[in-house]
Design a protein around this ligand. Structure first.
Ligand code: AMP
Length: 413
């Protein structure tokens, strides 16, 4: 028997209902905020991610699913931002649309050690807004993330924000961090000793308790921001206060990818355990230019759908009522007529199905019940002779004979 690959998941029909509800909600919310959907391919030139995320990023170093094809190397996308920016530039969207608010939903791939909330194929709900440096946009994007969680019925999460500042500030942050950690290098984990040389900011992201204790005790935070970046961050906080979005400023919050600048944020939830990030995002004001486009500010975020679902298990999930009309035919003559009836119902936009397993009446009724059918139509020789069907209302538990000619009217009301 074949088995699915470790870290992947079959989303079975019962669960798909929830996924569809999530997708419906995000489409409603994103359109309320005037975002348009974009669907880039799941496979890209690997170099796009090396360049955007940074050669030393964990994803690039260890987690990309690569496909070698002659002299090209492709990657299954590990995240959406780089693809969206590539698409924005390649399709000249800056010339036709300029400022653009985009969202996407789809699978992402990272070769990670699978555990609760950590998969090798998972799904992002994400957005990217390209073409503005306005701090009010940061406020919109963070409050949009907040609105989505509220609409999903999720509570108890924490929004953590910080500012990495512009490229110059980030460089200063790195230098300050390096000098503050100079005489503590040996106490850092092995990975962080490498990070110390290559990209010190990543040390702040380390999950090792000892490393966390060391960096949290440092006195270097917010000292690296230039006046413009300080002002930008103050405006973001003010805007969030006006909208009454709860957040916490976490000065050692950084993101593990090179492209982030300015405002960064992460949303965590205690129900998630070790992998507690529900979503994350931030500004990437240099990426569009770095990938060959114009010099435009941009910001985005992504939620992991599987982690949203873990948090929604406790939240109230809307159960969808079924409008199914289930047909049970008794005998071969009736079957012919009911196939025509089935076709008629569907042509009239009525969700309908029939017992293809030729069960006994009792078993077929049980099946209709299991399917959550709203109505059952029973057609046998007697009904055919009289030109009627037996209509059973499954919610009310009542049944009556209905003339064929009145059936559509009866089912639609
Ligand atoms: P990131 O691009 O790493 O900031 O990820 C954004 C969100 O995607 C995270 O907060 C998680 O909810 C989700 N996510 C990231 N990696 C995984 C993974 N391997 N498995 C499941 N969800 C993930």
């Amino acid at each position: 028997m074949y088995k699915r690959i470790a870290g992947t998941k079959d989303i079975l029909p019962d669960e798909v209902v929830l996924w569809q509800q999530i997708e419906q909600t995000i489409r409603q919310v994103f359109s309320l905020y005037n975002y348009k959907e974009i669907r880039p391919p799941v496979i890209e030139d690997a170099a796009l991610f090396n360049r955007s995320l940074g050669e030393s990023a964990e994803i690039v170093q260890k987690q990309m699913f690569l496909i070698h094809n002659k002299e090209d190397t492709y990657a299954l996308r590990p995240e959406g931002t780089a693809s969206v920016v590539r698409s924005y530039i390649e399709n000249n969207l800056d010339k036709t649309n300029g400022f653009l608010k985009l969202y996407y939903v789809g699978p992402m791939f990272r070769f990670e050690r699978p555990q609760k909330g950590r998969l090798r194929q998972f799904h992002h709900i994400g957005c990217e807004v390209i073409g503005s440096l306005d701090p009010d946009l940061d406020v919109e994007v963070i409050s949009l993330a907040n609105t989505l969680l509220t609409r999903f019925g999720i509570s108890g999460y924490k929004i953590k924000i910080n500012s990495l500042g512009c490229q110059k500030d980030k460089a200063k942050f790195n230098t300050n961090l390096q000098s503050a950690l100079k005489d503590k290098i040996n106490a850092l984990c092995e990975d962080c000793q490498v990070r110390y040389q290559k990209n010190p900011l990543r040390i702040l992201d380390c999950k090792n308790e000892e490393c966390q204790k060391i960096v949290r005790g440092l006195d270097i935070y917010e000292t690296y921001l230039c006046p413009e970046c300080k002002d930008h961050f103050a405006k973001v906080r003010e805007g969030l206060d006006v909208l009454k979005v709860n957040y916490e400023v976490v000065p050692y919050l950084v993101r593990g990818l090179d492209y982030y600048t300015g405002t960064v944020f992460e949303i965590s939830h205690p129900d998630l355990g070790a992998q507690d990030a529900l979503g994350a995002g931030g500004r990437y004001n240099n990426l569009v230019k770095e990938l060959g486009g114009p010099d435009l500010g941009a910001i985005g975020f992504a939620f992991g759908v599987e982690r949203l679902l873990l948090c929604m298990q406790n939240a109230a999930v809307k159960t969808q009522k079924s409008n199914l009309v289930y047909i049970i035919s008794l005998g071969q003559t009736a079957r012919k007529e009911t196939i025509k009836l089935l076709d008629l119902l569907r042509k009239n936009d009525i969700i309908a199905d029939i017992d293809y397993e030729n069960k006994s009446l009792k078993a077929a009724m049980r099946k209709a019940n299991d399917l959550g059918a709203k109505f059952v139509l029973i057609v046998g020789d007697d009904e055919l002779k009289k030109g009627v069907v037996m209509l059973k209302d499954m919610q009310k538990g009542e049944q009556k004979e209905v003339n064929f000619s009145d059936l559509l009217k009866e089912l639609k009301c």
